[in-house]
Design a protein around this ligand. Structure first.
Ligand SMILES: Nc1nc2c(ncn2[C@@H]2O[C@H](COP(=O)(O)OP(=O)(O)OP(=O)(O)O)[C@@H](O)[C@H]2O)c(=O)[nH]1
Ligand SMILES: [Mg+2]
Length: 459
């Protein structure tokens, strides 16, 4: 997603150069390019207009700090506005009602509702530790109920049977009764797709909505339909009080217009992205990370890094000398270790080889492994986003540096803090570990830093 937009913007944004201040004059061409890039990405026109106006307002008169070029300062503004456009922070499902919390899925035919029910069920079960029951109120397409049954079995959640002779409202109510009896946390209600917004079908889903009073009503929409996705969501939202949008088939959408338009046009947050057909291809929507992705932050950040590096060179040289003498275990070494672990077959492979830690056999913990793999990648990304000076001396990583690193690695400031703490633990461990078998012990220690790892093992 966003490949085209990223290319266009990163080329464009490099061209704001020269002055120490952003003015209407020196950003004029760039703003025009931003506008074109967004339109080509199929972002809706009113959204583009407002976006460009906001960026302009904010940019004109901005003083550019010494370590940034005007281009980089401009990128920061575009980034902040992109985030705001998409909703500033991730909006979680709000399921904090008396259980069972009911989630109603709505959307056009083929949008990906049933697939998303399967993905969400898995997400809630594995990541939120919820018990889940799924039910299909799609009585029009005979295969629809069977499709959901298969998905439920695949992801291991309770399936509530229904059949095409029943009424959607009855089906949904019966499923909720069953969930209450079984103390199930969440009920996901799949519904029939509509070709377009047709009155009968709308009346039906409104009736279901009124009967079950869902905690969440999610509109599922195909990202490949671009700005139409936002418009359909808007029309649906006028008939049904939606609480959020799930954008599907984002894996096939190179433009990304829907992700940028939905929030502004519908006033509803995007809560998840569907990134493929499999049941694990669902991501909570994080506007900040998407903004980084769009701007190819990796590139931009390496420029900023270069700037900082020049400023810090003198300090760096002193530090290097000092550290080389003392042979500290710095973040470069830490990263080397992470990479080495990856070469050994990743954390999953590693945990398989280990005996149980703290009474927990890690090889049985499939999800913990998945989470660990992810965290592992995240840690590498964080270290990659640091300057060499920072890697050699993590103590200089102040609040503003943390923010920059978080921005560059698509993570949160707290993640940087946690990594630094983990590195400190490693440093301590390095002192204890020596001689033969040291490596294996250290690896075991690292396993303990990840979710499900049962804390730091004693040795
Ligand atoms: N590539 C990709 N394909 C997806 C995604 N989500 C769903 N699909 C595919 O889209 C097609 C339709 O998905 P369904 O989940 O059956 O859609 P639906 O909205 O339930 O359709 P109806 O019940 O007929 O209205 C299937 O082939 C899915 O595999 C996604 O995120 N990425
Ligand atoms: Mg379906």
């Amino acid at each position: 997603m966003f490949e085209n937009l990223t290319d266009r913007l990163s080329q464009t944004l490099r061209h704001v150069t020269g002055k120490a201040k952003l003015t209407e004059e020196n950003i004029k061409d760039t703003l025009r390019e931003v506008r074109m890039a967004l339109l080509e990405a199929d972002v809706a026109l009113p959204v583009v207009k407002e976006f460009v106006a906001k960026v302009k307002d904010r940019a004109v008169g901005t003083e550019v700090s010494k370590s940034l070029t005007p281009g980089q300062a401009f990128v920061k503004i575009v980034r902040a506005e992109l985030e705001e456009l998409m909703g500033a922070a991730n909006e979680d499902l709000s399921l904090g009602v008396v259980p069972p919390a009911v989630v109603l899925m709505a959307g056009l035919q083929g949008a990906g509702k049933t697939t998303t029910v399967g993905k969400l069920a898995r997400f809630l079960k594995e990541r939120k530790k919820k018990s889940v029951l799924v039910v299909s109120a799609d009585i029009y397409r005979p295969a629809a109920i069977k499709q959901l049954e298969t998905l439920a079995a695949e992801v291991g959640v309770t399936f509530f049977p229904s059949d095409s002779s029943q009424k959607p409202v009855e089906i949904a109510l019966a499923a909720i009764r069953e969930a209450k009896l079984k103390y199930i946390d969440v009920v996901l209600v799949d519904t029939a797709g509509r070709l377009a917004i047709d009155a009968d079908m709308m009346a039906e889903i409104q009736a279901v909505h009124a009967a079950i009073k869902p905690a969440e009503t999610l509109f599922v929409v195909d990202a490949m339909t671009g700005q139409d996705a936002a418009n359909t969501a808007k029309a649906f939202g006028e008939a049904l009080p939606l609480t959020g949008v799930v954008l599907t088939k984002v894996d096939g959408d190179a433009r990304g217009g829907a992700a940028l338009s939905v929030r502004q046009i519908t006033g509803k947050p995007i809560k998840f992205l569907g990134m493929g057909e499999k049941s694990d291809a669902l991501e909570p929507f994080h506007p900040d990370r998407i903004a980084s992705r769009i701007l190819g932050m990796g590139d931009v950040l390496s420029l900023i890094e270069q700037a900082e590096q020049t400023l810090d060179r003198e300090k760096a040289e002193k530090l290097t000398k000092k550290l080389k003498k003392g042979k500290g275990f710095d973040l470069e070494d830490f990263r080397d270790q992470l990479q080495q672990m990856k070469n050994m077959g990743g954390l999953g492979g590693l945990m398989d080889k280990l005996p149980s830690i703290g009474g927990v056999n890690l090889s049985q913990m499939g999800n913990a492994q998945g989470a660990a793999e992810k965290q592992f990648k995240q840690m590498e990304a964080i270290i990659n986003s640091m300057t060499p000076v920072e890697r050699r001396n993590p103590d200089i990583i102040s609040g503003s540096r943390k923010r920059r690193i978080a921005m560059g690695s698509g993570t949160q400031v707290q993640d940087i803090g946690r990594l630094i703490k983990q590195h400190k633990q490693m440093q301590k461990m390095m002192k204890k570990v020596s001689g033969k078998g040291g490596m294996a012990k250290m690896m075991r220690g690292m396993g303990g830093m990840f979710p499900g790892g049962g804390g730091m093992p004693k040795f």
